[in-house]
Design a protein around this ligand. Structure first.
Ligand SMILES: N[C@@H](CCC(=O)N[C@@H](CS)C(=O)NCC(=O)O)C(=O)O
Length: 209
């Protein structure tokens, strides 16, 4: 029998990992469809039917076909009642983190990772992206000082969204030793039941639950 959830993505993709991690931490099994970005499978007419932006991840659940990882995390939190905020302020705080991440961290961090792992670019472009990512990592580290998780005492899907990016610190050639509060939070994330690292969690081929 098909699982209720089908995740389309790539094992190399941080946004795919965010969604996979959320599903895993919620104890939800899912079918997986590998999308080969190198072959351009995300730009085929069939895939553009699933995601008009031509990007992974996509999550299918019943009649819904969803894209944009942070938005999918919010959906899964609503569906499961897990990893959400307990109050209006906590829910706003989660959204605040997600918007900040999409603006100040994810694009710069992931481009830096891309340059280091897959294809070098003009050194000035690489340095520009790395510098902004480092400022973002500094903000994250400072705001984690004295806190167990980003919002309150419990993990929320804001933690899952941010973790899904910074987990690739080594591939982006950022030294975790520079950000000790982030490193300590990282350990707390890894201790959560159902936690898996990206390459353990995401298959390299289609898989049914
Ligand atoms: N904001 C999007 C970003 C998704 C994204 O950048 N996906 C990358 C893979 S990590 C992708 O599909 N890139 C191909 C492209 O943009 O053409 C999300 O969070 O889902």
């Amino acid at each position: 029998m098909a699982a209720a959830y089908t995740l389309y993505g790539s094992f190399l993709s941080a946004p795919t990992y965010k969604v996979g991690l959320m599903l895993s931490l919620c104890g939800l099994s899912f079918d997986y469809r590998h999308v080969d970005l190198a072959k351009g499978e995300h730009k085929t007419p069939e895939f553009l039917e699933l995601n008009r932006y031509g990007q992974v991840p996509v999550l299918r659940h019943g009649e819904y076909t969803l894209c944009q990882s942070n938005s999918i995390l919010e959906y899964l939190s609503e569906q499961t009642g897990k990893f959400g905020g307990a109050t209006v302020l906590e829910r706003q705080n989660i959204r605040e983190w997600l918007f900040w991440e999409s603006d100040r961290l994810e694009p710069w961090f992931n481009r830096t990772r891309f340059f280091e792992r897959f294809a070098k670019n003009d050194p000035a472009v690489m340095e520009y992206c790395r510098n902004i990512a480092e400022i973002g990592l500094g903000v994250l580290n400072t705001l984690l000082d004295g806190k167990r998780f980003l919002v309150g005492e419990r993990p929320t899907f804001a933690d899952i969204a941010l973790f899904g990016v910074v987990v690739h610190m080594a591939e982006a050639k950022f030294d975790p030793a520079h950000w000790p509060h982030t490193r300590a939070w990282w350990e707390r994330m890894m201790a959560l039941p159902g936690f898996q690292l990206p390459y353990d969690l995401l298959p390299k081929a289609d898989r049914n639950a």
